[in-house]
Write a protein that binds this ligand. Structure first.
Ligand SMILES: [Zn+2]
Ligand SMILES: [Zn+2]
Length: 141
């Protein structure tokens, strides 16, 4: 697949929260990579947009401590550091559903560039990014 940020991570890469209490490791096939402008991401992160990428839960593991989880919808939880508050991960209740990892929590966020935008209907009017990527009013499909 092209145009949605799909890529392969060779080997393992790591990330974690601001205070260092939580660390994680991942690798393999990333199925999509995007910006989310939804209100829930804005409020949870305290930022105008969240960059995230999707991969199978089998390809992701916490390696240091465990996060807290907040349920913002009927079908998913949002995992964050209980000490410093960094929003790390979106996890659906379906154990086979892809995880959404927040790209800026990678040690090297430049490795996984976003390729499209979702939930632009709630984009903050004073904020946009300088790219020509597809912009979806709601989700991609
Ligand atoms: Zn932390
Ligand atoms: Zn969102």
């Amino acid at each position: 697949m092209t145009g949605i940020g799909a890529m392969t991570i060779q080997g393992q890469i790591e990330g974690g929260c601001l205070c260092g209490a939580i660390r994680y490791r991942l690798g393999g096939e990333i199925s999509e990579s995007a910006y989310c402008h939804c209100r829930t991401c804005q409020q949870q992160s305290g930022a105008p947009v969240v960059a995230w990428f999707a991969l199978s839960p089998a390809l992701f593991a916490y390696t240091k401590s465990t996060p807290k989880a907040f349920r913002a919808s009927a079908r998913a939880s949002r995992e964050f550091c209980g000490n410093c508050g960094t929003y790390l991960l979106f996890r659906e209740d379906d154990p086979l559903a892809s995880l959404g990892v927040n790209t800026a929590t990678l040690d090297d966020p430049a490795l996984v560039p976003p390729a499209f935008h979702i939930w632009c209907q709630s984009r903050i009017a004073w904020f946009d990014t300088a790219d020509a990527f597809p912009r979806h009013a709601q989700g991609r499909t």
